[in-house]
Design a protein around this ligand. Sequence first.
Ligand SMILES: Cc1cc2nc3c(=O)[nH]c(=O)nc-3n(C[C@H](O)[C@H](O)[C@H](O)COP(=O)(O)OP(=O)(O)OC[C@H]3O[C@@H](n4cnc5c(N)ncnc54)[C@H](O)[C@@H]3O)c2cc1C
Length: 266
Amino acid sequence: MVPRPHRVARRRRETSNTWTLELEPVSDELLRPAPGQFTMLYAFGVGEVPISVSGYAEGPLVHTVRAVGAVTEAVCASKRGAVLGVRGPFGNSWPVEAAAGGDAVVVAGGIGLAPLRPVLYELVRHRSEYGHAALLYGGRTPADLLYRRELERWRAKLDVDVTVDSAEGGWGGKVGFVAKLVGGARFDSRSTTAFICGPEVMMRTTVQALIERDVSPERIWVSLERNMRCGLGHCGHCQLGPTLICRDGPVYRWDEVEPLLEVREL
Ligand SMILES: Cc1cc2nc3c(=O)[nH]c(=O)nc-3n(C[C@H](O)[C@H](O)[C@H](O)COP(=O)(O)OP(=O)(O)OC[C@H]3O[C@@H](n4cnc5c(N)ncnc54)[C@H](O)[C@@H]3O)c2cc1C
């Protein structure tokens, strides 16, 4: 439960309200988070929030944070040298290795690309172990797209297809919801594993599109977000039916979690 102090070693602005921070432990060993795991990030004196790991397991701890409220604003405002508290890493991970030997489709909406970036790193690093590998990514507007330079680099190894919900002049790319990209993606539905993260409605429409292309729900994985406090499965804040997202998730197989999403919490 005790946060370990980490110093902001680097920070990069991604969009108007989103920053990527690289954190190094002040005195502890580097953490070794698996793709999909998160930490509880503490802005001292303000509060603690769950934030996914968005970088490599080796090296500094990388988080990409969108400022939406008091704590995330304090985290995003933390300059180089500032100290934040870190608990974790917590949660389970994306089954990236289990997908080897088949095709892989990564579908991200908005900040949902952050928890999927470690999956993309793994796919790129072990590219020969997978068949077709695609990233389908949707942002609200062109200015909201994350990791733009990396998106271009990933094109050398993956099929990268990007769309935005709306755009004014100067955008030569696609406009429309990300689920629409599924129809045109290159993959063999029998061997494909899908990794999805984004707003719940986006995940639902994407799953629907994948199932229409005969991808088995047993090979579709989503990452869920709920309000969290302890991160350890004690407090119950992130309970969803019989499961605690901080302990059993945040990554779930679609056929196992879909019935729970249909139950309205009282
Ligand atoms: C496992 C997990 C991983 C996450 N990873 C990231 C990440 O990599 N990057 C990132 O920017 N954010 C991530 N989030 C969301 C992040 O935790 C929330 O944005 C944060 O808790 C908001 O806290 P706040 O005090 O800044 O704002 P608050 O004032 O608490 O909330 C501001 C707004 O955000 C909404 N909100 C609060 N908590 C959540 C939540 N958990 N999920 C969805 N909406 C929420 C509130 O309803 C409100 O509308 C993740 C959440 C979870 C559960």
